[in-house]
Design a protein around this ligand. Structure first.
Ligand SMILES: [Ca+2]
Ligand SMILES: [Ca+2]
Length: 289
């Protein structure tokens, strides 16, 4: 997988986010279209930004205290990766899918109380260039995950009624891209200056089982694909698409973090209404262009 990524990165401007201790990796067959031109083509509504990637392959154990403080980005994007916490929350090491060697990110267990421990990965731009902004270009993002049971509760007084996997921006913001696994349903939500498109997978997500999910935004559609593995090792992918334009994804502030495992505020702090993902996460990626 690393070899494949290296080839892809050599052909295109690839954003390698190597999170120093946890690597999140972007893998999939997505590499096939990694060789796009990096030229800018002014005058079209599809601005070519060149291919950029952020990928966190979680390959190493936490360095100390069993808690991750950062992860190694293996993509070509210049970003900073850290861990944002609230109420003593932590990201620890989980097992990889099917007991393979390697690690995943273990997020806090379900806890609906107001002072529950929360934690999420925070990825922000390392330079003045907003490498997390797809503008009007095609882009995709996703992760592998296992969700716990329970992971949400809608009863009054519960502060956890969902499981946000990866996102940038909040629901009411000018721009948002989000992948959530709320109540056994995986959903991609894309909001840009031309509109909002939300598409859910028909797959009934089961707790305790690994899935690979990705969202793909094209100029006139958004697609969600969910891959699961059969016991014999073969995999099956279900795809659902909804048509609609979403447009330019520029946020109101370039400082908006890309988060993994829950909602962050614009300034990078954990949002009190976190929608904490409860489970394990691996191979997180964002690929633009
Ligand atoms: Ca891993
Ligand atoms: Ca949750």
């Amino acid at each position: 997988m690393f070899a494949t990524l290296s080839v892809a990165c050599a052909r295109a401007l690839c954003l390698t986010l190597a999170i120093a201790t946890v690597g999140v990796s972007l893998a999939y067959g997505s590499d096939a279209d990694a060789g796009r031109s990096g030229e800018q083509t002014p005058g079209t509504d599809q601005i070519r930004l060149g291919t950029r990637q952020v990928e966190l392959l979680v390959t190493k154990a936490p360095p100390r205290n069993g808690k991750y403080r950062t992860f190694t980005n293996t993509g070509s994007g210049s970003v900073r990766v850290s861990v944002a916490t609230l109420n003593g929350g932590a990201l620890t090491a989980g097992n990889e899918r099917d007991g393979r060697p390697g690690y995943s990110i273990r997020t806090p267990r379900f806890n609906p109380s107001t002072d529950a421990p929360r934690a999420a990965v925070k990825i922000t731009n390392a330079t003045a260039t907003d490498v997390l902004n797809p503008r009007s270009a095609d882009f995709k993002f996703g992760a592998d995950f296992v969700v716990d049971d329970p992971s949400w509760r809608t009863a009054s007084g519960s502060t956890d009624n969902g499981d946000n996997l990866v996102q940038r921006g909040l629901y009411g913001d000018a721009s948002q891209y989000k992948l959530q696994v709320d109540r056994d349903v995986a959903t991609c939500r894309i909001k840009g200056d031309l509109g909002t498109v939300e598409v859910s997978s028909e797959v009934n997500i089961q707790s305790g089982r690994w899935y690979r999910v990705r969202c793909r935004r094209l100029s006139r559609s958004v697609t969600i694909s969910v891959t699961s593995w059969r016991t014999n090792g073969t995999r099956h992918t279900d795809t659902d698409t909804r048509n609609g334009r979403t447009g330019d994804m520029t946020p109101n502030r370039p400082s908006w973090p890309f988060s993994v495992g829950g909602k962050l505020r614009a300034g990078g702090k954990v949002h009190p209404s976190t929608d904490q993902f409860n489970g394990r996460i691996d191979n997180v990626f964002l690929k633009i262009g």
